[in-house]
Design a protein around this ligand. Structure first.
Ligand SMILES: C[S@@+](CC[C@H](N)C(=O)[O-])C[C@H]1O[C@@H](n2cnc3c(N)ncnc32)[C@H](O)[C@@H]1O
Length: 225
């Protein structure tokens, strides 16, 4: 029987994708370079192929009302805002003034600063405020890429805020393969593993776990029956 599974060294595959798998804009390249000055923390930034995919999703959906949970130095927010409709608005949630100062500089350079509202606060509190303000069922897109221990809360609150047909995209759902290592029971691995299991059994969404970089799960909110 033919084997249709990938038989490739993941590092060679990543190099190949980085060679020909996407085109990164000059501004995003510059941002990636500046972020690399933060040392090991730079690993938090999404991959360039993810960025292009996110931009295309937001563009195809002509999204107007979006949330990003976890801004860091602003790479994914640029991709979301670039793809969104011209009159769209992205609420960018983070707790760090230091990292988001870099983000603000690049949003301006990319001429996207007017489309993005930065909210510096714990993301759970901001999402609770959106719910209290009656914004249930109003958002088109939520990108979840912050502290892993709160992923399930972010998912639940995002699903309430999302309109039918809207998308939630969750980063790091493969977690360097740790989710399938039964001996890895660190709190972040357990959080992501339980979120993955929760999503898999959640009838309110259609979902697909995409094996890109560290894994991203795309969920679409289904209509209520
Ligand atoms: C993985 S990074 C985000 C990377 C970003 N999406 C990008 O493309 O570069 C995670 C971010 O989540 C933020 N964060 C951590 N805990 C948070 C919380 N409770 N509320 C809001 N943001 C939080 C961190 O400050 C950090 O900037």
């Amino acid at each position: 029987m033919k084997n249709k599974y990938l038989q490739v060294d993941p590092i060679k595959l990543r190099t190949y994708i980085d060679d020909i798998g996407y085109k990164e804009s000059l501004i995003l390249k510059e941002l990636r370079e500046e972020t690399s000055n933060l040392g090991d923390l730079a690993i938090m930034q999404i991959g360039a192929a993810q960025g292009v995919l996110i931009e295309m999703l937001c563009s195809v959906g002509n999204f107007k009302n979006c949330i990003e949970i976890g801004v860091f130095t602003g790479y994914s927010s640029i991709c979301i805002a670039e793809g969104m409709s011209n009159d769209g608005k992205l609420y960018a949630l983070d707790t760090s003034i230091e990292y988001t100062e870099i983000a603000k500089k690049y949003w301006k350079k990319a001429n996207l600063d007017k489309k993005i509202e930065l909210i510096i606060n714990d993301a759970n509190s901001t999402l609770d405020k959106f719910l209290d303000d009656g914004l249930t069922d109003t958002f088109d897109f939520v990108f979840i890429d912050a502290d892993k221990k709160n992923y399930l809360d972010y998912y639940e609150k995002s699903l309430k805020l999302l309109r039918t047909g809207g998308l939630i995209l969750i980063d790091n759902t493969i977690w360097k393969g740790k989710v399938i290592d039964k001996d890895d029971n660190t709190s972040s691995t357990k959080s992501i593993r339980s979120l993955n299991e929760f999503v898999a059994s959640d009838d309110r969404v259609k979902h697909s776990l995409i094996a890109i970089y560290d894994g991203m799960t795309l969920c679409m909110k289904k209509s209520k029956k």
